[in-house]
Design a protein around this ligand. Sequence first.
Ligand SMILES: C[S@@+](CC[C@H](N)C(=O)[O-])C[C@H]1O[C@@H](n2cnc3c(N)ncnc32)[C@H](O)[C@@H]1O
Length: 404
Amino acid sequence: MSNMSNIPNVKLHPESWKQIKKGHPWIIKDQYTSSFSKSPFLRAIEKNQKVILLNDPSHPKIKARVWDNVELQASFDINTFRNQLYSRLEDSILNRKTLFESRDNMYLVFGEADFLPGLFIQKLGSVLLIQLYTEAYKDHFKILLKYFKEILIKNFPDTHWDGVFIQQRNHDKITEIKESPWGRYKLPNELTIKEFGVNYKLLVKNFYDQGIYTDMSAIRFKLSSDIKAAKSVLNLYCYTGAFSLYALSLGVEKVTSVDLSKKYLEWLEHNLGLNPELLTENHTSVAQDVPKYLQKTEEKFDFIICDPPSFSSNGKSSSSAFSQYEKLLPLCMSRLEVGGKIALFLNTHSITKNKFQKKIEDIIKNNKLKCHIIKHLGLEQDCPRRKGFPEGDYIKGFFIQKRA
Ligand SMILES: C[S@@+](CC[C@H](N)C(=O)[O-])C[C@H]1O[C@@H](n2cnc3c(N)ncnc32)[C@H](O)[C@@H]1O
């Protein structure tokens, strides 16, 4: 591909154009995409707008992603693409430079929001994890890796990197993982990383279940002053305990962690062991179904974190977190001290923030709960959101305070 004329022109559905104009970068499968060629880049023109697309013929749903909105007369060739790839990678990494000191656990590239559609890169300690949700980078992968390494070495000359994992997320079904060590280093299964001064064990090769939610890290930080002000913290659906250990590190005197999974609670205990300075006598683990725990306990707390999985099962029945809040929120409120705060989350892009807010307000009203929403919580810092792209806005949270 030497110039623009080698890139095939394609027609897009009017709905695709409508979405592109709003900022949405995906071309979803429709009658128009079935006539796309297999060329790595596509070009679409409507009136005075021209877009360059990364083609992804093998993807079952997202057939192409917008790479660039260009001037009608502008040329685009492989060098343009490579220059853009380099500068977008570098911008993404440099935008996060200030976070490097406080966290081993962060995103360096967050896909569509960094104008690198389908490409996510995490820094987990000295290990880097590249996740590809599209095959569109296949032909450019060597150069992508070369640029990425160059940028890191140029901007962080004193940092030691052990290696890169590359994970092709085959449309969320099968995932293969490859290693690209720097030097002779063999990537470990297990790794200890630091987030805000606290150590956590990660199983880096366990790609769906690595032991920490990197996208919640900025939210943990945002809540730090409220957590610190609490005497007691209840961490519901605690997983491996990131919020609990963070609360202990901030000096909270009583931290209770509840999760159905004994495996995750053992992992939490292991994490506690990695942090001998934390006062473990201030911590209690409870292996139980959250609603059952809330019904049974008589304790009250100053701060509750409630981060259920989108779909939860107690072994007998399963329900969505969205509908479960009808029961969960009144239960949480009954365990909260007056003046206390709850951070509650919903982990799905398919329910908008407004719909979730309306639900929470209805629950508050219908149950005559004495509380109000203080603020919204969502993806931020290293996990930015992109206007017009709801799929990338998948964490919705509300911060609620109880009144007398
Ligand atoms: C989304 S993760 C929570 C992540 C955590 N807030 C963090 O930032 O590390 C959900 C957790 O809920 C647990 N879980 C699922 N259903 C449950 C239930 N009914 N009761 C208690 N825990 C449950 C899972 O074992 C998992 O650890």
